[in-house]
Ligand binder design. Structure first.
Ligand code: PLP
Length: 397
């Protein structure tokens, strides 16, 4: 537990200064380290200018901060800066990819555990969707994937790296390799993976890999799309406007090179700079240490909750096979009531379908309660969760 109990680390998060707050909702959005706030403030206070266009000193500084952040963000995920695109969030990045890749008459393989962000955009394309199911521990049925791929004609395989509900870590390198061998593009939603574990996009071999800043200790308003160069070059832009063109005539635009082609309009400059500070923050801790800490804490939570009568957990039994969250139901109590009673004690957890209604249907739930962990979480936080669930059971006894 060395990293979270380190006083300097908890002190990095101003929200945690609030009396009685136990924040267990990092899977929804993470708290913001002071270093991220400082980086954004520094831009606004000292280097405020638009990027890429100005020739004066302040504009050059802003551009350096912005493009410097792109380099560090790309390196953090094992990608190249020139193949790293900024979007508004993961959802926008997935819409950009889905819209550009698939259309009516195409076949796209999805999994039943996808967040709506990696599901509805594919539904909007009009493509035929093929669903890979899960076993009792929330692991994907790869034989089913192979069956879909063997039948031929699959345009893309879209899969979460880590489930935001059952927590399963999917074997995405293997899935991307199977997709590639079948001539299909691979699209990985890494939203829950990048903040939690070392991720090397090139090593994973994904054609497209997406994540979001606000779950990775960065600000809201910035998402990230890494892509294989040729795949990005073949992808049409989602938005047209300023900055994304090389030239424009009455006949039409000639697009700028990737990644500029996908970044129409004024970018979320402060947010990208803030996300740069967030990956520096994570790099200072070390992603191996982050993962080690969160596995230990997840194992502790699984052990505590599985020992409680009337509490049912979803997802893989082993902490090593899952991301840093536990999703559970309490017998006879609606998940919203669970979250409300726990929340009234200062413990912040999420209840609902977690934007994964197809998964809820597969699990046979309407909703679950979810507690998720981050670098600042401690065993005492898990104990507060357990005490909260005991209180729920007393109230509803
Ligand atoms: C697995 C997963 N994918 C995508 C998203 C969407 O992220 P954003 O709302 O930042 O676009 C989320 C957010 O909950 C998520 O958990």
């Amino acid at each position: 537990m060395a990293i979270a109990t380190h006083p300097d680390l908890r002190a990095e998060f101003p929200t945690l200064d609030r009396e009685g707050i136990v924040y267990l909702d990092a899977a929804a959005t993470s708290q913001t380290p002071r270093a991220v706030l400082a980086a954004m403030n520094d831009y606004y206070a000292h280097h405020r200018a638009s990027v890429h266009r100005g020739v004066y000193a302040v504009a050059a500084e802003a551009t350096d901060l912005f493009e410097g952040a792109r380099h560090r963000i790309a390196r953090f995920a094992g990608a190249e800066a020139r193949n790293t695109v900024f979007t508004k969030n993961a959802t926008e990045a997935l819409n950009l990819v889905a819209r550009g890749v698939a259309g009516p008459g195409d076949k796209v393989v999805l999994t039943e555990m996808e967040h709506h962000s990696n599901l509805v955009p594919w539904q909007l394309t009009g493509a035929e969707l093929l669903w890979v199911g899960l076993d009792a521990q929330g692991r994907l049925d790869l034989d089913q994937l192979d069956g879909f791929l063997a039948a031929g004609g699959v345009k893309a395989v879209a899969v979460a790296h880590v489930s935001n509900v059952v927590g399963t870590i999917n074997p995405v390198a293997d899935i991307c390799a199977r997709a590639r061998a079948a001539g299909a593009l691979s699209v990985v939603d890494g939203t829950q993976a990048v903040p939690q574990m070392p991720v090397d996009v090139l090593e994973l071999g994904a054609d497209f890999y997406v994540w979001t800043g606000h779950k990775a200790y960065g600000p809201t308003g910035v998402g990230v799309l890494h892509g294989r160069r040729e795949a990005l070059e073949a992808l049409p832009p989602l938005l047209g406007g300023g900055h994304m063109i090389a030239s424009v005539t009455k006949e039409g635009p000639r697009f700028a090179e990737v990644p500029t082609k996908f970044e129409a309009g004024t970018s979320a400059i402060a947010e990208v700079i803030g996300l740069g500070a967030a990956v520096d923050f994570l790099t200072r801790i070390g992603m191996d240490a982050v993962r080690e800490h969160e596995v230990e804490l997840t194992a502790y939570a699984l052990e505590q909750l599985s020992a409680m009568e009337g509490v049912t957990l979803d997802g893989p039994h082993a902490a090593e096979e899952r991301g840093a969250l536990v999703s559970f139901t309490v017998e006879g109590v609606h998940p919203h009531d669970v979250a409300e009673i726990i929340g009234s004690r200062g413990v912040c957890v999420r209840a609902g379908h977690h934007c994964a209604q197809v998964l809820m249907q597969a699990l046979g739930h309407q909703a679950t309660t979810r507690a998720s962990f981050s670098v600042h979480s401690t065993r005492e936080d898990v104990d507060a969760l357990v005490a909260g669930i005991k209180r729920v059971q007393e109230v509803f006894a």
